[in-house]
Every structure is written in structure tokens, then in C-alpha cells.
Design a protein around this ligand. Structure first.
Ligand code: FMN
Length: 272
């Protein structure tokens, strides 16, 4: 198969993942071309944060209201930025397209433009891969990236068939400690266990390639961003209600900060 890997990467982590995926595809006998998506103006991370400031508030509101969260994920708009001329502006000749990016709170502005700009997406089967700083938290990470990506691809007539996101363990604003804490709290594991080079990373890279080549799933139809997409049995933060997340925070706070003992175990009726 002819595969195009298009990626946007500011600090090199997604580019690294793109190379690993290319190796995997080539080892299976497929041919791979690359498209490096670059913005005309070099993006500094503070202007990006400025551009996405409204979304941080919405993220916080989403914790309080499930309805708002769903509305926000479905409808958020992203400012676009100009891109340097593309090497492959028409992707019609490729059998599969892989699009990769970091998570910039939401989809990066460059990807928003790219998805609108490229030609030949109709009926294409697409895989979306990403690096982010944290573990695969369902609400904060998975849903905010893949659901909008699936929506945008659908609007262009393409189908999202495979998704992958791994931790780069790097955050430009030096807030890795938050993700480390959340990873321990939610998964009971260090964030390293979800990184590109971890066992989890290796398995999921393979799964991503399998699903893309097979091309049978429909992430949007199956609400794939809602299931645990790792295939290793580690659940994403599958909170039906964000209040559950708050409960986790409260329990973690009681246990690790206040060092309160666990509430006494209650015997069920059958044990009495
Ligand atoms: C503006 C901005 C917002 C970010 N938002 C998130 C986020 O919401 N969740 C996360 O885990 N990482 C976030 N990151 C971290 C990046 O996704 C992470 O460092 C990524 O691996 C960078 O990829 P790159 O090296 O390919 O640019 C953010 C980074 C920036 C600059």
C-alpha cells in the first residue's frame, strides 16, 4: 500500500513517532511518503497558549457539566494559521493517510488548516496519531483530540479508522508534574508507562498500524474515543460523569495529602 504520513511537530516528539510508524509500515512491505506540515510563522508556545485561552476555561466548565462538555467537544472552533506550501497537496493517490500532531489543549491550529486545505480526502481511510504530555485521560486528552478530528475528517468525506496517542513526557510550560500526579491518581502507574517507547507504546503502535491497514473500523461510528483504545486492558478515564473525576481527586487528597485512613470495610449481608 501507498501510505502518506503527514505530521505537524513543534518540538520534535510527534516527528519521532511518525518515524517509528513509518518503520513499522515499511517492515510490513508498504511504501511511505512524508509531509512535514510547517507554519509560515514560527509558532512560539506562548502565542499558542494565548490563542487557546478560551478553551482552558471550557475545559474547566466541562468538569462541572456533562452536557456542556459534550457540546464543547462537538462544537469548538479553532483559529487557523497559514502553512508553508505542501509537498503533497492532493492525497488522492494514497491508499492510507496518517495525520499526526501534538495536542495543544485541542487540535493544533496548523492541523485545522491542513484538514481544510488538502485535496483528495474523499473516501480515504485515515489514521490519527498524536503525542501529548499526559497519560490517556479520557476527558482531558482522548475526547478532546480524536472526536473533533473524526468530525472534521467526516466533513471532508474521509473516515477515521485508527487512533494512537502516546506520552512524550514533555510539556513546554513545565507542568509535567500535574500529568505525573494524574497518571498515578487515575491509573496507579507512572506516566512513563504510557510513553512512546514503553511496552504500552510499542503495542499500541502495532495496533494502530494493524487497524489502519485493515481499514474496517470507524472510530466515529463506534465512538472509539470513548472506549479504551489501548488494547492492553488499561482503562482510559471512562468517567460517565466528570463528578467521578472530582471524587478521585477528593479521595487522592484525603489519602495522600491529609493521610486519612481508608474508611472501615463494611461487611456485606452475606458475610455476616
Ligand atoms: C499550547 C500547548 C498546549 C498543550 N496542551 C496539552 C494538553 O492539553 N495535554 C497534554 O497532555 N499535553 C499538552 N501539551 C504538550 C504537548 O502536546 C506535548 O509536549 C507534545 O508531545 C509536543 O509534541 P511535538 O514535540 O511534536 O510538538 C501542550 C503543549 C502546548 C505548547
Amino acid at each position: 500500500m501507498n501510505i502518506l504520513i503527514s505530521y505537524y511537530s513543534r518540538t520534535g516528539h510527534t516527528a519521532e513517532l511518525a518515524l517509528l510508524l513509518a518503520e513499522e509500515f515499511m517492515a510490513r512491505g508498504h511504501s511511505v511518503d512524508f509531509e512535514k506540515i510547517e507554519t509560515v510563522e514560527v509558532d512560539h508556545h506562548w502565542p499558542i497558549l494565548w490563542r487557546t485561552q478560551w478553551y482552558w476555561g471550557s475545559l474547566a466548565l466541562g468538569i462541572l457539566s456533562n452536557t456542556y462538555r459534550q457540546y464543547f467537544i462537538k462544537n469548538y472552533k479553532i483559529p487557523e494559521v497559514d502553512l508553508k506550501p505542501l509537498v503533497h497537496p492532493d492525497v488522492a493517490k494514497y491508499d492510507r493517510i496518517c495525520i499526526g500532531s501534538p495536542k495543544h489543549t485541542i487540535l493544533p491550529c496548523a492541523i485545522e488548516r491542513y484538514l481544510r486545505q488538502i485535496e483528495g480526502l474523499k473516501n480515504k481511510k485515515v489514521g490519527y496519531f498524536a503525542t501529548w504530555a499526559g497519560p490517556p485521560l479520557k476527558y482531558f486528552e482522548v475526547e478532546h483530540l480524536f472526536r473533533p478530528a473524526a468530525d472534521r475528517l467526516e466533513r471532508r468525506g474521509a473516515r477515521l479508522v485508527s487512533i494512537l496517542a502516546l506520552s512524550s513526557m514533555y510539556h513546554e510550560y513545565q507542568i509535567m508534574f500535574i500529568f505525573r500526579f494524574l497518571s498515578r491518581l487515575r491509573f496507579g502507574q507512572p506516566v512513563e508507562n504510557f510513553s512512546v517507547y514503553s511496552e504500552y507504546g510499542k503495542n499500541n503502535r502495532k495496533l494502530f498500524c494493524d487497524e489502519l491497514i485493515l481499514g474496517e473500523s470507524d472510530i466515529k461510528e463506534s465512538k472509539g474515543w470513548r472506549r479504551s483504545y489501548d488494547g492492553t486492558g488499561i482503562p482510559a478515564v471512562a468517567t460517565a460523569s466528570p463528578l467521578t473525576t472530582l471524587q478521585f481527586v477528593r479521595r487522592g487528597y484525603n489519602r495522600y495529602v491529609l493521610k486519612k485512613p481508608k474508611p472501615p470495610f463494611k461487611k456485606s449481608d452475606s458475610q455476616i
